[in-house]
Design a binder for this molecule. Structure first.
Ligand code: SF4
Length: 360
């Protein structure tokens, strides 16, 4: 790993700290128990949803972190289960008139930015992300304005308005490649919002990176001590880590990568057991990829952990069969449909298209 990287968070960051405080309020709301009025069985829900997707010419696009019930429905109905980059690409290329995005709000927004002619619905628009909440556009724009000499690279986990302010959008699967490309052109980077991923990218590329002070509440909870305790019990295990985790956790990994890259690593590494430091929703597809391997979720309750997430994103967990089955009810559309101001959409499309073309 390159150790000459210059990644830093500026000292005057009170606005960014305030933004992170907001995350706590959203988190409390997401963790409130949800009441379900229906007594339908899982099988009834599944059949109802399949019929609705067909009737409304809709494709279900699910993220790896949603529940196994939702991921299997997406597979069985000709939709897809993927990371955020592939979700965006799949939605843009699919012929369906309506896209149902089971994930968090920025994923629905990305689908709408790329496919404005399609209706984009989500089981609930309240499903958000600590990175998105922690990077409000006004504060972020001021940060960009204060650093005009830097190329602005934002992670996909941001609002449409923040993407509209960026030069590049990246996902974790291509962040290193894009920043490396920019560094080779002599560009200095302003990175937002995930500081751990930004730090990882800076170390891998040696680029000069100015970091926004944001974090994922799920990946930030993994602790080295807890993972090494499990490793003692399973010495034959590989440790797989998503780069949204803190640096000490990344440093003990056998493989570091995006969700898709971690699934490939689980399949291709020779280890019979994998300790996995990301949201445990990934186990549905990871176990499909390597059915004979033992998968163990990395603990979040090690020394100093608060276990706010326990390797389950509370916002991803808001995608349920219940609200998915109600998505086409007309009185629900205002609460389920993604709308984006057209001027913002057009601006956000530029860095998003840059990312898709770069990958291609
Ligand atoms: S797991 Fe983390 S990065 Fe992913 S949606 Fe949840 S809070 Fe955001």
């Amino acid at each position: 790993m390159n150790t000459t990287a210059d990644a830093h968070i500026p000292s005057e960051q009170s606005d960014q700290i305030a933004a992170r405080e907001q995350v706590k309020q959203y988190l409390d709301a997401a963790l409130e128990p949800r009441v379900h009025s229906s007594s339908k069985s899982t099988e009834q829900y599944r059949e109802d949803i399949k019929a609705l997707l067909k009737k409304h010419d809709a494709a279900l696009i699910a993220h790896y972190y949603t529940s196994p019930e939702i991921q299997s429905l997406a597979e069985e109905t000709g939709g897809c289960v993927a990371d955020s980059l592939e979700m965006a690409r799949f939605g843009a290329n699919h012929s369906a008139r309506t896209l149902i995005v089971a994930g968090v709000k920025f994923m629905g927004e990305t689908a709408k930015i790329l496919s404005p002619e399609k209706r984009v619905l989500m089981p609930t628009l309240e499903a958000t992300c600590s990175l998105d909440i922690g990077c409000p556009v006004d504060t972020f724009s001021a940060f960009c304005d204060a650093n005009p000499d830097r190329t602005v690279v934002v992670y996909a986990n941001t609002s449409a308005a923040v993407k509209a302010r960026a030069d590049w959008v990246v996902t974790s699967s291509i962040a290193v490649d894009v920043v490396d490309h920019l560094d080779k052109q002599g560009e200095k980077i302003l990175w937002a919002p995930d500081k751990h991923l930004g730090n990882y990218v800076a170390e891998k590329t040696g680029a000069d990176v100015l970091l926004w002070d944001g974090a994922c509440i799920v990946h930030e909870e993994f602790k080295v001590r807890g993972i090494l305790d499990i490793k003692q019990q399973y010495p034959e295990a590989a440790i797989l880590v998503h780069p949204e985790s803190p640096k000490p956790v990344v440093e003990i990994a056998d493989a570091v990568g995006s969700t898709s890259q971690l699934i490939s690593a689980a399949k291709n590494l020779p280890h019979p057991t994998c300790i996995v430091a990301t949201d445990q929703g990934i186990f549905y597809k990871m176990q499909q990829a390597c059915p004979d391997k033992k998968l163990i979720i990395a603990p979040t309750a090690g020394s100093g952990a608060t276990c706010r997430s326990c390797a389950n994103c509370p916002w991803m967990g808001m995608n349920e069969l219940d609200n998915l089955s109600q998505i086409f009810e007309s009185h629900n559309l205002d609460h389920n449909e993604i709308h984006i101001d057209e001027a913002i959409r057009q601006k956000a499309l530029i860095p998003l298209t840059r990312m898709l073309n770069f990958k291609a």
